[in-house]
Structure formats: structure tokens, C-alpha cells
Design a protein around this ligand. Structure first.
Ligand code: PGA
Length: 251
């Protein structure tokens, strides 16, 4: 039985002071809930404040990206050891906004995921098709390419620390969610790919989150699907009550 994992992707929102306020509200809203892994991914600049505000809490801290080198001349990038020192446990890699607006490719996603694993972070590797790809019946081909290339070279216990997020691009920030069946279908397909890459046992343990307009009203239905093991929540993660309601939907 896979333990569900719900993570908040705050995107480019919240200053350190605002993060402190939101974390306090989240701690209160999630009090007593221990059956689901919960994480928040604030912007880099709010990580220290969030870490401080999370002290003594079971809520994990995540970053929204991570570079593949440990240090060096990479203006504007953040390295895994910098995150580890702040108490960060997770790193989102390959989010569709990075792919769409910042030139992220399957190859760079792969380098970032491997660097995260090498530094002891848990990568949340995002995959998902655009609306054009879905309408052209390319969903499975796109997912297969992103999963195979994005996870190339992983081995051994890497598989046990990996989290995947299936985020159909057309559902992100649009209010348009994949139906329970559409999402389950994509998740089952991804798990099938993982079986061939990691073997059946490891594939059965890897958690695959759904992301894309997950809200309190649709979370329980999505999270009840056999291959949906959590959520990656954007907009609704900025409101403590909504985020907590989604987490409870998976409890
Ligand atoms: P959304 O974003 O919940 O606002 O659709 C999800 C994501 O981008 O991770």
C-alpha cells in the first residue's frame, strides 16, 4: 500500500514574511493528520523562513527546481547542497512551466533529477501532455518519452525515493481537471512504463501524484483511483483550508 503524498507548489508566490503566515495556518489546518505525507514547495527566497516556521512539524519542505551541478558558474541557478543545508527534502523538476517558459528539456530534467537523488533529495519529476498533444492522440507517446528520458540512468534505491507527478498541461491553472478516469488511465500507463524500467516491485512502490486544478471538490475522487497516490497542488495550495481539505481527501 503506497502512502499518499500531497505537495503544494507555491510557484512564484509568497515573500518570506507571507510564507511564515501561511505555514502557521497550514500547521493549524493539518493538525492531527498523519496518514498522508505532506510537503510545501515555496520559492527559494522563502525556504529559510518556511523551514523555521515548520520546525517540529511533519510537513516536508521542497524546492521548485534544482541544478545538476553542485556549484559553479550557473547564474540564477540553485544547487542541491544549498537546498539540503536549508532542510529541504523534495525538489520539483521538469514542471511544465519550466519546460514551456524556461527551455527545460527531457535531458535537463534527467540531469536535475539525478543530481537531486545524488544529494539525498526526493525529486518530484513532472510529466504531462499539452492539449494539442492530447487532441492529436499523442498523450501516451509524450508520457513515454518524458518518463523514459527523464528517468534515464536511475538505478537501485533511486526508484524508492522518486515521486512522479502527472500534470496534464491543459489542466494546470485552468480550472479544467482531468476526469478521474482520464487521470487513472494516464497513471496506470505511467506505472506500466515504470514496471519495464524499474521492475514490478519498485514500480508498485513509486508514488505518482496527479496535478492540475486539484481542489477540495475533486480531490477525493481523484485520490480514490488505484494508481493516483497524491497530488501536486498549485493555486489551491495557497489557501490553508483548501490545501488541508485536499490532504484530507487522501486520508
Ligand atoms: P494548479 O497547478 O493546481 O494551479 O492547476 C498545479 C501545478 O502546476 O503543479
Amino acid at each position: 500500500m503506497r502512502r499518499k503524498i500531497v505537495a503544494g507548489n507555491w510557484k512564484m508566490n509568497k515573500t518570506p514574511a507571507e510564507a511564515t503566515v501561511l505555514v502557521a495556518a497550514l500547521r493549524e489546518a493539518l493538525d492531527g493528520l498523519s496518514s498522508v505525507d505532506v510537503a510545501i514547495c515555496p520559492p527559494f527566497t522563502a525556504l529559510p523562513a518556511a523551514a523555521e516556521a515548520l520546525r517540529g512539524s511533519a510537513i516536508g519542505l521542497g524546492a521548485q527546481n534544482v541544478h545538476w551541478e553542485a556549484a559553479g558558474a550557473f547564474t540564477g541557478e540553485i544547487a542541491a547542497p544549498m537546498l539540503v543545508e536549508l532542510g529541504v527534502r523534495y525538489a520539483i523538476v521538469g514542471h511544465s512551466e519550466r519546460r514551456q517558459f524556461f527551455g527545460e528539456t527531457d535531458a535537463t530534467v534527467n540531469r536535475r533529477a539525478r543530481a537531486a537523488l545524488g544529494a539525498g533529495l526526493i525529486p518530484i519529476v513532472c510529466v504531462g501532455e499539452t492539449i494539442q498533444e492530447r487532441e492529436a492522440d499523442q498523450t501516451r507517446a509524450v508520457l513515454e518519452r518524458q518518463v523514459r528520458a527523464g528517468l534515464e540512468g536511475l538505478s537501485g534505491d533511486d526508484w524508492d525515493r522518486l515521486v512522479i507527478a502527472y500534470e496534464p498541461v491543459w489542466a494546470i491553472g485552468t480550472g479544467r481537471t482531468a476526469s478521474d478516469a482520464q487521470a487513472q488511465d494516464a497513471h496506470a500507463f505511467i506505472r506500466g512504463l515504470l514496471r519495464s524500467l524499474a521492475g514490478p516491485d519498485a514500480a508498485g512502490r513509486i508514488r505518482i501524484q496527479y496535478g492540475g486544478s486539484m481542489k477540495p471538490g475533486n480531490a477525493a475522487g481523484l485520490l480514490a483511483q488505484p494508481d493516483i497516490d497524491g497530488g501536486l497542488i498549485g493555486g489551491a495550495s495557497l489557501a490553508a483550508d483548501d490545501f488541508a481539505a485536499i490532504v484530507r481527501g487522501g486520508a
